[in-house]
Ligand binder design. Structure first.
Ligand SMILES: [Zn+2]
Ligand SMILES: [Zn+2]
Length: 193
């Protein structure tokens, strides 16, 4: 049986492909996948390291990541166009089965107040990251904790948690209606100036 020895270029292409699939690989794994010596694997990797594409740690290799991990994958906030992060995402499900996302409860409440035909709206509890129906949630507005948009607006599944949080970090405890009205008034005020 003929064994095809891949060229150095071919090997580096393979390594890059595998790294994109699985983030990081051991040197051993590469030796067995490529069917070459450990010295050859190290030579191939050194080339990728020199080019700034890969990084070697003890016995492993990984891709060098740009500062922001794959920013194109994160949806953008429908209000302020910053990337939406998992923990603070605020999602509107519309009656036509479309979805709108906001970066945090601040933008989410604003978005909700100007969107028609919303079937449901969910966000995550600030402490436990469980999904919460936004209309039944409690909000702490203007606390010292600023994660995203100003005034800071955090969401809690329980009123007691919101009150305890506000005792420690300041801010006003509000229900859905009050928080929506408060933020709308703030935005209106900002526009008038
Ligand atoms: Zn936003
Ligand atoms: Zn935000």
């Amino acid at each position: 049986m003929m064994v095809d020895i891949p060229s150095p270029d071919q090997r580096r292409r393979n390594i890059l492909h595998w790294l994109q699939e699985s983030q990081s690989l051991t040197i051993e794994e590469l030796v067995s996948r490529l069917g070459v010596s450990i010295m050859t694997v190290h030579r191939d990797l050194d080339q990728l390291v020199k080019e700034g594409i890969a990084q070697k740690t003890y016995g492993r290799v990984a891709l060098v990541r740009p500062v922001q991990e794959n920013p194109s994958a994160a949806p953008l906030c429908a209000m302020c166009h910053t990337p939406v992060s998992f923990h603070t995402a605020f999602t509107l499900h519309l009656e036509n089965s479309q979805q709108l996302q906001a970066c945090c409860p601040h933008c989410g409440l604003m978005l909700l107040s100007m969107t028609d035909q919303v079937a449901s709206a969910l966000t995550r509890d600030f402490l436990y990251h469980r999904m919460v129906n936004v209309m039944k949630a409690a909000y702490v507005v203007e606390s010292r904790v600023h994660l995203c948009c100003v005034p800071s607006t955090l969401c809690f599944a329980s009123l007691e948690d919101a009150q305890d949080f506000a005792r420690g970090f300041g801010g006003l405890v509000m229900d859905f209606e009050a928080a929506s009205a408060y933020l709308s008034a703030q935005h209106h005020h900002a526009k008038m100036r």
